[in-house]
Design a protein around this ligand. Structure first.
Ligand SMILES: [Zn+2]
Length: 150
């Protein structure tokens, strides 16, 4: 910590106080010039909110993505490591956006893109729920799209 008066780093903590909000206040003193000053540490939660269809918001949660991936990949030849890796990839993509809010749609598209690489059956399973495919015809359409892009 630099002294605000002389810029020396030769400072020490004289006292530490934790206040009710969880912030930590440290009283410091500069050994070089004797100046007294305080610093405050507070928690900044960087977890973005996910905006769901209908406008409901909830904090981004990687475990939720992993849960959806596991269900889609059940009994498929996809390793736990691959699922974990995809979950991590999506989380890092979300964090890289550096936004306070992200649409559920954006995340769902990333999940679909990842599953497509991993396992086509898992992809279709996820697509049925996520794209809200209501009948065989739309499922068939999605499969044909997949086959057509091979
Ligand atoms: Zn100083």
């Amino acid at each position: 910590m630099h002294c605000p008066a002389c810029d020396s780093t030769n400072t020490y903590v004289a006292d530490t106080i934790k206040d009710a909000s969880g912030s930590i206040r440290r009283r410091r003193e500069c050994k070089a010039c004797g100046r007294r000053f305080s610093t405050i540490e507070r928690i900044i939660d960087n977890t973005p909110l996910v905006v769901k269809r209908g406008g409901r918001r909830e904090p981004f949660n990687r475990d939720k993505i992993l849960g959806g991936l596991r269900v889609s990949c059940a009994k498929r030849p996809v390793s736990a490591e691959d699922i974990e890796r995809l979950g991590e990839l999506i989380e890092s993509q979300v964090m890289a956006l550096n936004k306070g809010e992200i649409s559920a749609r954006w995340i769902g598209d990333r999940v679909l893109a990842g599953l497509r690489e991993l396992d086509e059956v898992a992809y279709i399973r996820y697509a049925i729920v996520y794209l809200n495919l209501k009948d065989l015809e739309s499922v068939k359409g999605e499969i044909e799209k997949l086959l057509g892009e091979r």
